[in-house]
Design a protein around this ligand. Structure first.
Ligand code: RB5
Length: 145
């Protein structure tokens, strides 16, 4: 299951991604928001990040105006590697190298078509492991008090 979330600035991207997942028959859970009315992005980052961290969701997709605020919030949750992506190269690289588990995108930065393109890449690209696993382990070590 893919966990989806957005604030008002990312709402339209989330809806485009949701439509793509529906067309592909990929299960998802939409944690909101459900309109373009102004809301606070940490409130949507948290349930998505917790769903991914707990294993309820295999990956998450979060959208706000820039993708930045919602990624900062999601990255506060232990086990989350949320990456802001604004091109296809980064969508692929953050899976191959960072094993990113949440894709973050900005509705004031990219188009709905790009959001769908980056989602497809993000969901289909495997983690390379090897030397990158060592670095992921080092990131995880930073979460210890
Ligand atoms: C909301 O106006 C905006 O700040 C938010 O969507 C996001 O861009 C924050 O990083």
């Amino acid at each position: 299951m893919i966990a989806l979330g957005a604030d008002h600035g990312g709402f339209l991207l989330k809806e485009a991604v949701k439509q793509y997942l529906e067309e592909q028959g990929i299960p998802y859970r939409d944690f909101g928001t459900h309109s373009e009315e102004s809301v606070d992005y940490p409130l949507f980052a948290e349930p998505v990040a917790r769903a991914v961290a707990s294993g309820e969701a295999s990956k998450g997709i979060l959208c706000c105006g820039t993708g930045i605020g919602i990624s900062i919030a999601a990255n506060k949750i232990k086990g989350i590697r949320a990456a802001v992506v604004c091109n296809a190269f980064c969508a692929e690289a953050t899976r191959r190298h960072n094993d990113a588990n949440i894709l973050c995108m900005g509705g004031r930065v990219i188009s709905a078509e790009q959001a769908v393109e980056f989602t497809k890449i993000f969901l289909e690209t495997p983690f390379e492991g090897g030397r990158h696993q060592r670095r992921i382990d080092q990131i995880a070590a930073l979460e210890r008090p």
